[in-house]
Structure formats: C-alpha cells, structure tokens
Write a protein that binds this ligand. Structure first.
Ligand code: SAM
Length: 238
C-alpha cells in the first residue's frame, strides 16, 4: 500500500480491531476465569510505573499487559509436542498469566522471567494461590531477573515472548538459547506474540518458521488481536 494516507487509515483500523478483540477477551473470558481461580493478572502497567531490578535494558521495555488466554491455549495446542520433554519459559512474564496457562500442560518446568519486582511478587502470589487441580506441571515459578541474565535451562524449550521489549533484545535472548542448544543438541521453539518484524534473526539460518496447521493459522488470523509467529531451531544445520 503506497499511498501514505491509506496506509495510516489501514494501520488505524488494524489497531482498533486489535484493541476491540483484546478487550473482548479480557472482559468476557479472562475476567471470568480469574474470578473463579482467584488470581489477578489483568490491567496495564506503563513503563514509567515499572520498577525494574538492576538492568541495562530498562529503557528498552514496553508496557505490561497480559496475553489473552485463549490465544495462548490455541498456540500451545498447535505445538503438537510431548510437553513432558520441554521446559516452557515466558520472557517478561509479568503477573504470571501465561505461566499458569502453560502449567495446565504437563511441561517439565514452567519459568517466568520478570525484571520488575512488584510484578514478580504478584506472579509468585498468583502461582501460590492457584487451584492445584488445574496444574499439570508442578515446577512453576517466576524468577526475578533481567531477560539476558536468565540461565538457559537444560533440554528442549518453548520460549514465549509477548512483545516485552525492543526486537534487538528479543533477538539477543533467542540467540543465547540457540547457542546453548547448539552445544547440547536440544530443540527450541519460539512463540513471538505481537511481533513487529517480518522475521526474527533474518540472517541466522538456525531459526526457521514452524508450520502451523491450517485450522490454527485461520483461527489466529481471524480471532487473534495481534499477529503471532512461531519458530523452531533448525536441527542439524547449526
Ligand atoms: C507485555 S508484558 C507480557 C506479560 C506476559 N508475558 C503475558 O504475556 O501475559 C511484558 C513484560 O516484560 C517485562 N520485561 C520488560 N523488559 C524486561 C527485561 N529486560 N527482563 C525481564 N522482563 C522484562 C515487563 O516488566 C512486562 O511485565
């Protein structure tokens, strides 16, 4: 679309659609479940209200806002992996909604990495108070540190980002996981929700788009507020 006026109108319409869908999920779905589960992950916290621990990347952060739970569930269902062979890591995990959604699957471990101490504490109390019968993974925790300081766990990993910060930093974190996987041969899947780029690490042939089923692609296209990309480490071509 070359005409800058139509481009702006198009962008505005996309934004309105995204906000309408996002708030619909929040009001009709997440609110209801959070009341039943007695957790609180909703709401927005703007960058100036965040209180990061010592971090060289505080200026790169975006606001806190939770992922719509249905979208996370569709993405987890679409992975078609044996969850017990994977760790799940949410980079920039906020109040822990994605952690608790992932822990409804039998992952080996579910870690959230959050550099803002009050959000980390809220996540820890949400985890502690969450109904145990909804958890299929018992090793669920929020870890208070900067994304780049987190030690890559052993073995296969699903890495999740909901646009926590500037894309260059996302790429540095993904590279750290890829480097570790090159050393120990593990599998890495990256879910990038609300991606702002056409491809992560475009010059690095270790990362490729992971095909999703037609059903999942259409569901995301029609019903996800934001675009989603799913990648995987190319095995054997490092
Ligand atoms: C958009 S929220 C996503 C929350 C959660 N992942 C979800 O999808 O529900 C992004 C989070 O990333 C955190 N964050 C931003 N920069 C970070 C960094 N350098 N290290 C760790 N966490 C960071 C923010 O504090 C915020 O809680």
């Amino acid at each position: 679309m070359r005409d800058p006026y139509f481009k702006r109108v198009w962008e505005l319409m996309r934004h309105i659609r995204a906000m309408a869908l996002y708030h619909t999920y929040s009001q009709l779905w997440d609110r209801k479940f959070e009341r039943l589960e007695q957790i609180a992950t909703r709401g927005t916290v703007f960058p100036e209200e965040l209180s990061p621990v010592s971090s060289a990347h505080a200026n790169l952060t975006y606001e806190y806002g939770p992922s719509p739970r249905p979208v996370v569930q569709w993405l987890l269902d679409a992975l078609k992996v044996d969850f017990s062979e994977y760790s799940f890591v949410d980079i920039g995990s906020g109040r822990g909604r994605v952690l608790l959604t992932a822990a409804g699957r039998p992952f080996k471990r579910v870690h959230g990495v959050e550099f803002c101490s009050n959000l980390h504490e809220e996540a820890s109390s949400n985890i502690a108070g969450y109904p145990g019968e909804h958890l299929k993974c018992r090793d669920v925790k929020s870890i208070l540190c900067d994304a780049l300081d987190y030690d890559v766990p052993e073995g296969n990993c699903v890495l999740y980002f909901f646009n926590p910060f500037d894309v260059q930093l996302v790429e540095r974190v993904v590279t750290k996981f890829l480097d570790s996987a090159d050393r120990n041969g593990s599998r890495i899947i990256v879910i990038y929700y609300n991606s702002k780029v056409s491809k992560l690490l475009a010059g690095d042939n270790r990362l490729a788009f992971r095909p999703l089923s037609k059903r999942c692609r259409w569901r995301l296209k029609l019903l996800s507020p934001h675009p989603v990309q799913v990648y995987e480490r190319v095995v054997g071509e490092a």
